[in-house]
Design a protein around this ligand. Structure first.
Ligand code: C5P
Length: 221
């Protein structure tokens, strides 16, 4: 049996991008390395939690001590998250595509000389964070979302916390020059019902460890 402040707790972590198929050889996707989400999964496991990491396609090794479920689309990610319930903690760090392709083709679309390019029709994807936050009896006790913004970071993140119904939002600035995308470090703000905590710039591994310790502290009371 594992030890640590989160022993006996189950955490669901989503990480990486989702990809939405256009046809068997083409897709649309979001920009995400999965580094922050994977680091959070590892940090929670380090504190003794049983971790189910649900990940879109990434070029990262599986973090040790986690059960990894690999998915491609947002719909698959939602189904995997639902199947992983019940959980005490959910951290949604995945960059989920907002839309899926409604007119997805089961055969490769052929490029024909002189013909207009195909029109890709998009439809909304389910919101995994909002779904978990509103799961009523199955709602994890602590639900944490992310907000990557390029402007009005805190204001947008506070709105997002209320709109999605989650407990905390980790807000990070992804404007040009912030070097958050794909890089090793991150500057984040933790937003809860009380206010905003500004964290100094640190590595994604340190953000993950600090977040995991904060999560553990809420389970001690
Ligand atoms: O709405 P937006 O994508 O900016 O919200 C970001 C937060 O919501 C992240 O925590 C992300 O993982 C989550 N999210 C989700 N499912 C979606 C869209 C976003 O879980 N379809």
């Amino acid at each position: 049996l594992s030890e640590g402040p989160l022993a006996g707790r189950h955490a669901i972590v989503t990480s990486g991008p989702t990809i939405e198929q256009i046809d068997p050889v083409r897709y649309i996707a979001n920009r995400s390395s999965g580094r922050q989400g994977h680091a959070i999964a590892a940090a929670l496991a380090e504190l003794g939690a049983k971790v189910t990491l649900i990940s879109g396609p990434v070029a990262l090794a599986d973090p040790s001590g986690c059960t990894v479920v690999r998915v491609e689309s947002a719909m698959q990610m939602l189904n995997a998250a639902r199947s992983a319930l019940p959980a005490d903690i959910a951290v949604c760090a995945a960059a989920v595509a907002d839309w899926s392709v409604v007119n997805r083709s089961t055969e490769k679309r052929k490029k024909k000389v002189g013909e207009a390019p195909p029109v890709i029709e998009l439809g909304p994807n389910p919101d995994i964070l909002a779904t978990l936050s509103r799961a009523e009896a199955a709602r994890p006790r602590l639900v944490v979302g992310f907000a990557a913004e390029t402007q009005s970071l805190i204001e947008n993140a506070q709105d997002k916390r209320l709109r999605k119904g989650c407990d905390w939002i980790v807000a990070n600035d992804v404007s040009e020059g912030s070097e958050s995308f794909g890089g090793e470090s991150n500057t984040v703000h933790l937003i809860d019902s009380v206010g905003v905590e500004d964290w100094p710039r640190m590595s994604k591994a340190e953000v993950a460890r600090r977040l995991a310790r904060r999560i553990a502290a809420t389970f001690e009371t």
